[in-house]
Design a protein. Structure first.
Length: 282
């Protein structure tokens, strides 16, 4: 029987990764929720069993990486069926996906790929979001991407594109603050103006992560492999002023640290989110 744990409007979670599963189960640290990549739990495996055990003590958020919502092809119905079955098993607090495509011709690519921001791609993406939400029986949160190139054919600024998707489909927005910082550096735009373009009521989750500077070119790489950088903490404080305290995730996927490091990052995010004023990100 799943034990009910009150979920505060602001709760900070971490991504659940296999090296930390046993320690979390044994020590039960104070966390708002655990987030997992949905595709890692769509089969009957020991990993799914452990997730369901942890679900007794923690809310779970499902973060999809393979729906390929921006694909020109039709959505994979069998994948949607597996995703819905996982939703029914875990009863997640949030379900999210990406503003990206990742599959073609039945082959799944190990990346989240972009398309131009045009009216045609907006229509396509909105149609797929609506289909996915109907099939899953859940509202999706759509995450803004990190990027290293821009299409000359794009006619709609990214933040306006995401805002339009939320208006047309009723989906929510997963605001990845690190991605905004990375893209603002790489393409020279104002990250605060980006935040201000997003409809505040649609933002249902925030992601925070680390990045690194490329060696040979002046760009930042979103690698989820280090602590959250100070400029990202400062942008997070601005996001809190804009959106209020919403569930926040510390993402760390490469160069995994000890669990205590993740908990320390989560604690700092919680302090900022519960501060009387979201000003000092030091």
């Amino acid at each position: 029987m799943t034990r009910s744990r009150p979920i505060p409007r602001c709760s900070v979670g971490i991504g659940l990764r296999s090296p930390h599963v046993s320690e979390i189960a044994a020590t039960q640290p104070e966390l708002g929720f655990l987030e997992v990549h949905a595709e890692n739990y769509m089969a009957e495996t020991p990993a799914l069993d452990r997730l369901l055990e942890l679900r007794r003590d923690y809310p779970v958020s499902l973060h999809g990486v393979a729906l390929s919502l921006w694909s020109a092809e039709e959505l994979d119905r069998s994948h949607l069926v597996r995703f819905k079955a996982l939703i029914e098993r875990t009863k997640p607090m949030l379900v999210s996906e990406h503003l990206a495509w990742s599959a073609i011709g039945g082959a799944y690519l190990n990346d989240l790929l972009p398309l131009p921001y045009t009216q045609a791609s907006l229509d396509l993406f909105c149609r797929h979001v609506e289909e996915a939400q109907e099939a899953l029986g859940r509202r999706l949160l759509i995450e803004n991407p990190s990027a290293y190139l821009r299409y000359r054919h794009s006619t709609i600024p990214e933040a306006e594109f995401i805002a339009a998707v939320a208006r047309r489909t009723g989906c929510g927005i997963l605001c990845d603050v690190n991605n905004i910082h990375v893209n603002a550096w790489n393409f020279g735009f104002d990250p605060i103006a980006y935040l201000d373009t997003l409809p505040a009521g649609a933002v249902g989750e925030i992601h925070l992560a680390g990045h690194h500077a490329a060696e040979d070119v002046d760009i930042l790489i979103d690698d989820h492999g280090s602590r959250v950088a100070q400029p990202v903490w400062e942008l997070y404080a601005a996001a809190l002023r804009r959106f209020g305290p919403v569930p926040t995730l510390i993402e760390w996927d490469t160069n995994l640290p000890a669990l205590e490091v993740l908990l320390d990052e989560a604690h700092h995010a919680e302090e900022l989110a519960h501060a009387d004023r979201y000003v000092d990100a030091a």
